[in-house]
Design a protein around this ligand. Sequence first.
Ligand SMILES: C[S@@+](CC[C@H](N)C(=O)[O-])C[C@H]1O[C@@H](n2cnc3c(N)ncnc32)[C@H](O)[C@@H]1O
Length: 143
Amino acid sequence: MSEKPFPIAALAGCENAVCFFCAGFYGENAEEHVRDAGIDGLGIDIDEERIVMMAPLFPRWQFVIGDAYEWLEALVSREVTFDLVTADPQINQFARCWDLREDFLALSDRALVLGIGDKQLREARRAGASVMPRAKGSWWASW
Ligand SMILES: C[S@@+](CC[C@H](N)C(=O)[O-])C[C@H]1O[C@@H](n2cnc3c(N)ncnc32)[C@H](O)[C@@H]1O
């Protein structure tokens, strides 16, 4: 299996996942990788048209059309967890997602892969986080 966009180690032992911002490229950036590892997912995106196009490619997954931030808050408050959490926001939302990293972490039992920008990348490195070399940077935490 390809090491991109996630190191295989990030997926080890994961059986389920929630993927925020899942639909921009019909899952090509991130979600296909999760699916191809045999992991069942819950995909969340606000773009209904793309979710409808994407869903048949992920027959074992569930999808939610809605605001990722509202769902993040709701899932955290219900103390729901998933083995793997991914968030692949648009560039203009990197900072907002980085500020919410503790919430994303709270949802995750094993691994979090968060798309981040240069500023957040520097901060993550300073904090000693695992960081993957990727075009726009990803912060990867696994335990
Ligand atoms: C970089 S794309 C995601 C690409 C996706 N991971 C893929 O591989 O196809 C960012 C996505 O964020 C979605 N988005 C933007 N704002 C959102 C919000 N507030 N809640 C949920 N999704 C949102 C967009 O519809 C877009 O699909």
